[in-house]
Design a protein around this ligand. Structure first.
Ligand code: SF4
Length: 212
C-alpha cells in the first residue's frame, strides 16, 4: 500500500495537536477552495513522493523521543487525508502506541473513511468553511451536506466535545462576521465546543497553521 505526499513538516508545536507533532500532507482533495491552503494537492505533477505506512513510520520515527516526551505524534493533513483512511489505519496499527494521531480534514468524504480511522484518532481539526450551503458551494464548488452530516455523526461519539476543533475562517468576499456567528450557533447545537476563528488572506491564501 502506498500513498502520495506533498510534504512532511517536523517539530510543530501546539499548532495541530498536543505536544510536538509531525505534519504529513497527502496529495489530492475533492474540494476546490478558492483560496486553497495547499494547491499543490490538486496538481498531479506536484506529488513529492509516495510512501508505504512502514516507510513513513520509520521516517517520522526520527522524532520518537520528542513524541514520547511531549505526548505528541503525527497529524495527517493535505489535501484531504481521509481519502487515505486505509493507509492511516495501517500506520496507526503499526506505529508505537504512545504516538498520538490527529487528522485535519474538511470531512467531505464518504462516511466509511471516517468510521475506519475513528478508533485511532486523538484530535480532529475540522475545516468546516461555512455552514451556509450557498457560501460553501460558492467557495468550494461543492454542497456541504456531506461534511455536515459527517460532523453530526462524529459528534455523537463519546468525548468528541474535547477532541474536535472546528475551524471557522473569515473568507474574503464570501462570508461575514454574521455568517460566522450563524455557523458557530449551528455547530454549538451539534455539540461542538472548541472553535478556531481566523482570516483567510485573498492574495496570500496560506494560513500560518498549514504552511509546510
Ligand atoms: S479542503 Fe483544503 S486542500 Fe482541499 S481545496 Fe480546500 S483548502 Fe485546498
Amino acid at each position: 500500500m502506498e500513498a502520495p505526499l506533498i510534504g512532511i513538516a517536523r517539530h510543530r508545536l501546539t499548532t495541530d495537536g498536543d505536544g510536538v507533532t509531525t505534519l504529513v500532507a497527502f496529495h489530492g482533495c475533492p474540494l476546490r477552495c478558492r483560496y486553497c491552503i495547499n494547491d499543490r494537492c490538486h496538481d498531479a505533477s506536484k506529488v513529492w513522493r509516495t510512501v508505504t505506512p512502514e516507510q513513513l513510520i520509520n521516517e517520522v520515527g526520527i522524532d520518537n523521543l520528542y513524541f514520547l516526551a511531549t505526548g505528541g505524534g503525527v497529524t495527517f493533513g493535505g489535501g484531504e487525508p481521509l481519502l487515505y483512511s486505509e493507509f492511516i489505519e495501517a500506520f496507526a496499527t503499526q506505529c508505537p502506541p504512545q504516538w498520538t494521531i490527529n487528522i485535519e480534514s474538511s470531512l467531505y468524504v464518504p462516511r466509511y473513511h471516517l468510521q475506519r480511522v475513528l478508533p485511532y484518532v486523538r484530535a480532529f481539526l475540522i475545516d468546516i468553511k461555512d455552514t451556509n450551503p450557498n457560501i460553501y458551494k460558492a467557495y468550494t464548488s461543492q454542497d456541504n451536506l456531506l461534511a455536515l452530516d459527517n460532523l453530526r455523526w462524529l459528534m455523537q461519539h463519546d468525548g468528541m466535545a474535547e477532541r474536535v476543533t472546528v475551524r471557522l475562517p473569515h473568507i474574503p468576499h464570501h462570508n461575514t462576521a454574521d455568517d460566522i456567528a450563524a455557523s458557530r450557533e449551528l455547530l454549538t447545537e451539534m455539540g461542538v465546543t472548541k472553535f478556531d476563528e481566523f482570516d483567510y488572506f485573498e492574495k496570500s491564501p496560506h494560513t500560518p497553521k498549514n504552511i509546510l
